[in-house]
Design a protein around this ligand. Structure first.
Ligand SMILES: Nc1nc2c(ncn2[C@@H]2O[C@H](COP(=O)(O)OP(=O)(O)OP(=O)(O)O)[C@@H](O)[C@H]2O)c(=O)[nH]1
Ligand SMILES: [Mg+2]
Length: 480
């Protein structure tokens, strides 16, 4: 292999190895990084070349490559990088090396050269050169590192061989502080400029009494201010409603090995759950119809009890709990699972109806509106509908849409009963407060509302037996 071919080969290998031509290095204004006052940089390219060459040759090979190859390559790279553009090539060409010329001719052209420059500056080839060059390259490297790692100054850097150390200080560049003025951003404000002037002379005198009246308590504070009646508190405690520890269930005689442990007879000697007292709820729960529009409602052959409420309030779960047939009605923690009115037969005498929820749900606005309309139509017009259980999440209480439905049922004289759900997620005192709040504020004047308000937890089974008793009475006395 003659020298020229070898050089070409070596260059290609180098370029491939160090990713020259791929990477985008730092392409800054090179005239800034070069010290033009030092002799032999820009104007005396031949000299520089010779110095570099001799400097390199005096050193050991770089990763076992032949001196000639590396030198040529480095030289070219250096020339290409540091003297790119107008002045830069002059150095390399003036050096008179045929390899340089070869490289020059191969790499001439803006884009290619730029790539080479960038790649080289990243790879830092010129590190391996002698004094002048290493200083130069050090600067460039330093420059690269500054950009790469945000360093202010590169003090010293070792040669590849470890014996040539170039030390220099970069002149500190003054940082330009740019102050962006945003009229409302206080971060940019100095303390002394435009401090707000408080005009004490214009201070308005407020009547403390009227001010007190105007202060509106937050809804939370209002809720915490509710004093539940002793009867509600004792009901909550007796039925183990609210968030409780298992030890309390145990002490009250419930078998905590069972799911929904409170839906059982306390102090039962059986390891199994006692059977449901109300015979109607012992029947098999069987789905028989689903309706998306009122025209597809099944004929009202049986008395119906419907479960309405916001999405995710626990309607479907309650149906499963009441019948202890978990899994018959599908439930999900994602609001909006039930999207049709689902009719279930509970034996030959009763029909349970699972309604789609309203309010927040993972569905399109127009779809949710259509569900809501369907529910409203069902509760206000359905023949055979004997009771609507309006489920309210204990934690959240009644929301405007619940009130809307209540008003509609009042107008259509549909009998409804409020059922607080998920009581196990609230503290007992909050369960009592919520019950008190709804009974006293929301239902006091309502005529179609059936008392008492029910409180349940499908998870612990609290209040489920009581609700069964109430609903079985509905079915017992219902006449079509
Ligand atoms: N902790 C607790 N979680 C409950 C209770 N009841 C239901 N959930 C959970 O609440 C989520 C919603 O229950 P669903 O029965 O699907 O609610 P839904 O009202 O039918 O919801 P939509 O069909 O979307 O209207 C599920 O993850 C249930 O496990 C309860 O009493 N306590
Ligand atoms: Mg549901």
């Amino acid at each position: 292999m003659n020298q020229e071919t070898r050089s070409k080969h070596s260059n290609l290998k180098k370029r491939a190895k160090f990713g020259i031509g791929k990477s985008v290095g730092v392409s800054r204004d090179k005239s800034k990084t070069l010290d033009s006052k030092k002799p032999g940089r820009r104007n005396d390219g031949g000299k520089l070349k010779n110095e570099n060459a001799s400097g390199y040759r005096g050193k050991s090979n770089y990763r076992g490559r032949k001196e000639g190859e590396f030198h040529r390559h480095e030289n070219d790279g250096f020339a290409g990088r540091d003297f790119g553009g107008k002045n830069k090539r002059v150095t390399a060409n003036d050096a008179g090396s045929k390899f340089n010329r070869k490289w020059e001719s191969r790499d001439s052209g803006g884009d290619k050269r730029k790539k080479g420059e960038n790649g080289e500056s990243r790879n830092g080839f010129s590190r391996k050169y002698g004094d002048v060059k290493s200083e130069n390259s050090g600067r460039l490297r330093g420059h690269v590192e500054e950009v790469k790692f945000g360093m202010k100054k590169v003090k010293s850097r070792k040669n590849v061989d470890g014996d040539s150390v170039a030390t220099f200080d970069r002149p500190r560049r003054k940082r330009r502080l740019i102050r962006i003025e945003y009229p409302h951003d206080t971060a940019n404000k100095r303390f002394d400029d435009s401090l707000p002037v408080i005009d004490n002379t214009k201070e308005q005198k407020k009547d403390p009494d009227t001010e007190e009246e105007n202060v509106e308590m937050s809804k939370n504070a209002q809720f915490r201010a509710i004093q539940p009646s002793p009867s509600i508190i004792s009901f909550v405690n007796e039925n183990l409603l609210g968030r409780r520890r298992e030890i309390e269930f145990k002490k009250a005689g419930y078998n905590i090995e069972l799911s929904s442990p409170l839906d059982n007879v306390p102090f039962s000697t059986s390891s199994e759950r006692e059977r449901i007292e109300e015979s109607v709820f012992r029947n098999k729960l069987a789905f028989f119809a689903a309706a998306k529009v009122s025209s597809s409602f099944p004929s009202p052959d049986l008395p119906e009890i419907a479960f309405a409420g916001r999405s995710n309030v626990g309607k479907s779960s309650l149906l499963n709990s009441l019948t202890r047939q978990w899994g018959v009605v599908r439930t999900s923690d994602k609001p909006g699972l039930t999207q049709t009115i689902n009719f279930f037969n509970l034996g030959p005498k009763l029909c349970l109806v699972d309604l789609p929820g309203y309010g927040f749900a993972y569905a399109k606005e127009e779809v949710k509106e259509s569900w809501e309309e369907l529910v409203k139509e069902y509760v206000s017009t359905r023949e055979g509908l004997k009771r609507v259980c309006l489920l309210i999440d204990t934690k959240w209480g009644m929301k405007p849409r619940d009130h809307e439905l209540v008003d509609l049922m009042e107008r259509s004289k549909t009998k409804y009963q409020i059922v607080l759900t998920k009581t196990d997620l609230a503290f007992p005192i909050d369960v009592a407060r919520r019950a008190m709040q709804i009974e006293e504020v929301s239902l006091k004047t309502k005529k179609s509302a059936i008392q008492p308000l029910m409180m349940v937890s499908s998870k612990t089974g609290a209040g489920i037996r009581s609700l069964r008793t109430v609903l079985s009475n509905v079915s017992r006395f219902a006449r079509l």
